[in-house]
Design a protein. Structure first.
Length: 440
């Protein structure tokens, strides 16, 4: 096996261990659409859910039942009625709707029991009527009024996996049909979940066929990677009436209610849940409410990761070799780019007595280069240098001149370097001097 392949596998294993430790004890709410429960990939999802549970992550499942409800109503020749995407549930049909919803929930419970996971189906939701809206009486189609958090928490603490069928009852005991999307978002918010996952049968959102407003991040392969709740609103306005928007609305609403991140996944892909959880780039589209990515000053605990990112560049001669001791000594000069607490890039701003500062040690994990990490670091350090009164910044490079020139640097000379840096200039390395005027 090639050394690069071994390194990639080791990096993946490290990433998995890091995420496992970070999420242990956290609560994940997972809404699984009825189509996925009927899909050949579902047994794999059940096994992956068991792995997550055994890793110490608290799993809560909300199975959708629309397809099953349609089948049961059709079998008994009960007319289906929808207004938009909302079902009108007659009181006479509620027994059939309950039968369908609990049948789907039992299927999930049975699948988990095959992996020695104890799941429980509970009546943990108080519901209320949706009422009459724009002249339509929605009958027994309801809204979530309250989640019985203490009862659910006790089940989680006892090591069970709670399953929420899409049925709730009011204080009088009357049943109501609930949207699994709304239910999942409300449950996630009530339980202070770390993440919400929406597994549907819709394909991964990709750039062809979608209008992309500003603020939506796209990966090199065209996958729509992430957006904020505000970005979701702009995205929906730009793509009215397209399929898959309901999941985006659910994800954005959950983030506005306090969930840090909601992930929209194509559940037809086996293993998609683990891939989304245990890697930064994942496989779906994420809606995020917190600072998913951030630039910050380097901390002592970042040094081993930074050395690992730098090492291939040092071996190729792109970077000058740096020791752990040197990085620790110049720690205050370095900034890093971190995602979920894992560092994927760094750069340093070295300052002296003259009004010209140096940017150095620019290194990015190549797996994440498509996120523009290097450019973001350079922009941040340029702003920092300007804030501190420096008129120019410079960089010494042997292999990356074109990249810096594309970001506003100009060809310079050794004579333009500060006196101390001129004395240290390595003639054998013969680095090109690139300068950027911060006053422009």
């Amino acid at each position: 096996m090639a050394a690069t392949d071994i390194r990639e596998q080791v990096d993946l294993i490290r990433e998995v261990f890091a995420y496992t430790e970070r999420f242990r004890g956290s609560t994940f709410v997972i809404r699984i659409s009825n189509e996925i429960i009927d899909h050949p990939s579902f047994p794999q999802h059940a096994r992956d859910l068991a792995l997550l549970h055994n890793a110490g992550i608290r799993i809560v499942i909300v199975p959708g039942a629309r397809k099953k409800i349609d089948e049961v109503l059709g079998r008994y020749e009960v007319e289906k009625r929808f207004v938009g995407d909302i079902r009108v549930s007659d009181p006479e049909s509620m027994d059939l709707i309950k039968m369908a919803a609990f049948d789907v929930a039992h299927r999930v419970m049975t699948a988990l029991s095959g992996h020695k996971i104890t799941a429980v189906i509970g009546n943990w939701v108080r519901a209320r009527t949706r009422g009459v809206l724009n002249g339509t009486d929605f009958g027994r189609t309801g809204l979530v009024d309250r989640v019985r958090v203490e009862a659910v928490t006790r089940s989680l603490e006892q090591g069970f996996v709670p399953i929420f069928p899409c049925v709730g009852h009011n204080d009088s005991g009357d049943p109501f049909n609930l949207s699994s999307d709304e239910l999942a978002g409300t449950v996630a918010g009530s339980l202070n979940a770390k993440k919400l996952f929406l597994l549907s049968a819709d394909p991964v959102m990709n750039t062809p066929g979608w209008q992309i407003p500003e603020g939506v991040d796209i990966l090199e392969d065209g996958r729509i990677f992430r957006m904020t709740p505000a970005g979701v609103a702009d995205f929906i306005k730009s793509n009215p009436g397209k399929p898959g928007l309901t999941a985006l609305e659910t994800a954005a609403a959950a983030c506005r209610e306090g969930i840090s991140r909601a992930h929209i996944l194509d559940g037809r892909q086996a293993g998609v849940l683990l891939k989304e959880i245990f890697s930064n780039l994942g496989m779906g589209t994420m809606v995020f409410a917190d600072a998913y990515e951030r630039l910050r000053p380097m901390e002592s605990s970042d040094v081993p990761g930074i050395l690992e990112i730098m090492q291939p560049l040092i071996a190729e001669g792109v970077l000058v070799e740096r020791s752990r001791e040197e990085l620790e000594r110049t720690q205050n000069d370095y900034w890093v780019y971190a995602m979920d607490g894992v560092v994927h890039g760094c750069a340093a701003l070295h300052t002296g007595n003259e009004r010209t500062a140096e940017i150095a040690g620019v290194a990015v994990d190549p797996r994440y280069a498509q996120l523009g990490i290097g450019a973001k670091l350079i922009a941040r350090l340029s702003d920092k240098a300007a804030e501190e009164g420096f008129r120019k910044i410079f960089v010494l490079t042997t292999r990356t001149a074109d990249w810096f020139l594309a970001r506003g640097f100009k060809e310079g000379s050794v004579s333009e370097l500060p006196a101390e840096r001129r004395e240290d200039y390595d003639l054998r390395r013969n680095s090109r001097v690139l300068v950027k005027d911060l006053s422009l």
